[in-house]
Design a protein around this ligand. Structure first.
Ligand code: SER
Length: 416
């Protein structure tokens, strides 16, 4: 099943089960407490809180999301992405844990045909009800229902807002992959992959210390399209799916470089192009503050990787048509914004190219002076201030050499 078919199948399944399909909202949330839309439930917050009436009690969507919290390892792993699509179903007081579990289980077993024996789930350890429901509805044995007592199984959208215990569905790729089950010390390995998170929204976090009941217990689920595509395409590498391979192949072609030796850079280029293009579509322009600065950091990190592959000419605008071709049917707004995207990609990369050689020369010179693997915070500041190298770009460059930036002195310079 290709990713477009998976998205359609998910939405159609929930539509057939009394959900209304919602179009993806913008990456720029109405909620001013958030920088970006990072989950399917973000645009629906008011429905959960009861301050606004939803168009239907049950909704489903494939929501564009941005999460940059792990940007420093994007490229190094098979799964970290800054832009992804979250498939979700939501209920505002209509159904709760039992039907949420039943709907999720039937979709993955009957519609997606995933092998039941490869699945296990987690529940919040105080949530005995969810434990019993998984046993009853899915017929899972008790050793396949893991009780977790950390925040991993209690979901909240931020410091405030709707929240509740959750239950996650994992796929076991088998013992040829390293990694332990959820809750174990090596849970972050490649073996057990979370594919779906079912949140039983029950509370609203009002302040850090005050939590109140929501007007109605509700459901919020999130399944990463890229992850489930990997699973259904017999890989556990998101970058080996139909979502990424055309972009990575184009990057290989344009940079005239090999895939394996440079796979991290090709992944970064593919992922960051997606983020940048969708952010520009939703009205973010590169700048030196706020959302625009996040966009600039993403673009420059990607462009630095293109440069490291020996690329002399801007390439992002040349890869964009491949992205457009893959995504325009699901996201027609990408097509409407294409001229702007092409312009901004070219402009930003051209400007950055003018300074990157000088900046990298300064970086390399300073590496020679570096002692105890601590890179001068003052030079990192100069790179940021004069050469447009955001701090994380300098850190990204130094990462393979196992050198850290002296953050205290960087911050001091920044304050000055
Ligand atoms: N809000 C939950 C998450 O982001 C489920 O959608 O994981």
């Amino acid at each position: 099943m290709n990713s477009n078919q998976i998205r359609s199948k998910f939405l159609k399944y929930f539509e057939d089960n009394d959900h209304k399909i919602l179009k993806s909202s913008s990456l720029i949330p109405h909620d001013e407490t958030l920088l970006f839309t990072a989950a399917g439930m973000v645009p629906l917050k008011e429905f959960f809180m009861g301050s606004k009436k939803p168009p239907h009690n049950n909704l489903t969507s494939s929501q564009k999301c941005i999460r940059t919290v792990d940007i420093d390892i994007v490229g190094d792993t098979d799964r970290h992405l800054t832009f992804f699509e979250m498939l979700g179903n939501f209920s505002f007081g209509d159904y709760f844990k039992d039907l949420a579990i039943e709907l999720a289980w039937n979709l993955i077993i009957k519609e997606f045909g995933i092998d039941k024996n490869k699945l296990l789930v987690t529940v919040f350890d105080q949530d005995e009800e969810a434990f019993i429901l998984w046993k009853k509805i899915a017929g899972l044995s008790e050793n396949k229902i893991l009780k977790i007592n950390t925040s991993d199984n209690f979901w909240s959208m931020g410091e405030t807002g709707p929240c509740g215990p959750c239950s996650e569905i994992f796929y076991d790729h088998g013992d040829s992959y390293p990694g332990g089950p959820p809750g174990s010390d090596d849970e972050d390995g490649d073996r057990f992959i979370e594919i779906w998170n079912l949140v039983f929204m029950q509370y609203e976090q009002i302040t850090k210390d005050i939590r109140e009941d929501l007007p109605k217990p509700s459901i919020d689920t999130g399944m990463g399209l890229e992850r489930v595509a990997a699973l259904l395409q017999n890989t556990n590498d998101d970058y080996a799916t139909d979502i990424f391979t055309p972009l990575i192949n184009k990057s290989i072609e344009l940079t005239n470089s090999e895939e394996k030796a440079n796979s991290a850079s090709h992944r970064v280029i593919a992922d960051h192009l997606r983020s940048a293009s969708f952010l520009i579509t939703d009205g973010v322009l590169p700048s030196n503050e706020g959302r625009g600065y996040v966009l600039r950091r993403i673009m420059r990190r990607g462009m630095r990787h293109a440069h490291s592959l020996g690329n002399k000419e801007p390439i992002f605008h040349k890869i964009f048509p491949t992205l457009l071709h893959e995504m325009k049917f699901s996201y027609p707004e990408l097509n409407r914004a294409k001229d702007l995207i092409l312009n901004i990609l070219l402009n930003e990369e051209t400007k950055f190219k003018q300074t990157i050689d000088n900046g990298i020369k300064i970086l390399e010179d300073e590496i020679k002076n570096t002692q105890n693997n601590l890179f001068s915070g003052e030079v990192a500041f100069k790179l940021y201030d004069t050469f447009g190298f955001p701090l994380d770009l300098t850190q990204d460059y130094l990462k393979n050499k196992k050198i850290l930036v002296d953050i205290d002195s960087f911050n001091k310079k920044m304050e000055e």
